[in-house]
Ligand binder design. Sequence first.
Ligand code: PLP
Length: 381
Amino acid sequence: MKEIRYSRHYIDSNDINEVIKVLKSDYLTQGPTVNKFEKKISQFCGSKYAVTANSATSALHIACLAIGLKKNDRVWTSPNTFVASANCALYAGCKVHLIDIDLLTCNISLSLLKKKLVDAKKKLQLPKVLITVHFAGNVDNQKEIWALSKKYNFKIIEDASHSLGSSFQKNRVGNCKWSHITVFSFHPVKTITTIEGGCAMTNSKILSQKMNLYKNHGIEKKYHKFKYKNSSPLYYEQQELGYNYRLSDVSAALGISQLLKIDLFVKKRNLIAKNYINKLKYLPIEFQKIHHKTISSYHLIIIKLKTEKIRNKLFNFLDKKGIKLNIHYIPLFMHPFHKFKKLKNSLEHYNRSLSLPAYYSLTTKKQNFIISNIKRFFNEK
Ligand SMILES: *Cc1c(COP(=O)(O)O)cnc(C)c1O
């Protein structure tokens, strides 16, 4: 049997054909396919605008710039995330602070957030932006955080890299009902893929225009927006320090084709999660707590073991059987680059958890192989 990893992409012949069509067309980049993909993903999520980028990291960066983050502004985020959730703010020169997670939901703890806001208000150190992360697809307290953002006057970027296809109370992540900008990733392990790619959703025309400017070298091509008067059709002007963060038309073609399958992808991941939970719930294993009003994309299926020692033993046991599990995440404060102080819950989560394999093409046979090996581990122990 081939190695089983925690995630993998799913590409079918329709995807391949759509990519080939664009490869044979007049535009490989900056053509009509990116616009079409942006329309489709906006429709899917229920947002007014979508701005694609060549990665979620780039999309997060232009989101920070469009919101107006400047040097030394305060940005808060979760420690239990991929490094890009903090790096995007650091690129803009901001100071990043971390709020510890709730051990059950694995998202930012609402009570700790409230406490930190009260404290920060007293010290005149309120954040300008909070970047929330719907860990593993679990969107749960965004509505409450939105209310806090009104009370304390900060903006919200959702790092929804895990949660394309998730919803809360029938509100699809990406409709930006409870945030200013929501960012998705199309990395191959995520819900859908464009190989590399990302997208920033928003309902604000101004934010979408600014993000488009920043992703394209800061260059403006529309006559009515020029700062210098010039009616030549050859003229364009650079108005900001921007970047080349564009998604290619080839990638967008793959994105459009993948988006057609998203309901299947999410449904399958939910079935896989249900199967793990049903068959493993009798063992000393905890699963992530998903809010009853949430439909999770189940980007990750997290289990928590009683102790770090058991976790490590289980990891090694499965590794020998060719089941290669992962840990999500090494908390941001554990990286030598950062100087954050350690936070208790994120550290405990890191020490005791593992991500089980979950992806569209994971067969029942393979999943049963994983399940029976986990059971065997606990019987032999
Ligand atoms: C995958 C991921 C990213 C980065 O996505 P890229 O598209 O690879 O840049 C950022 N944040 C989180 C939480 C992620 O899981």
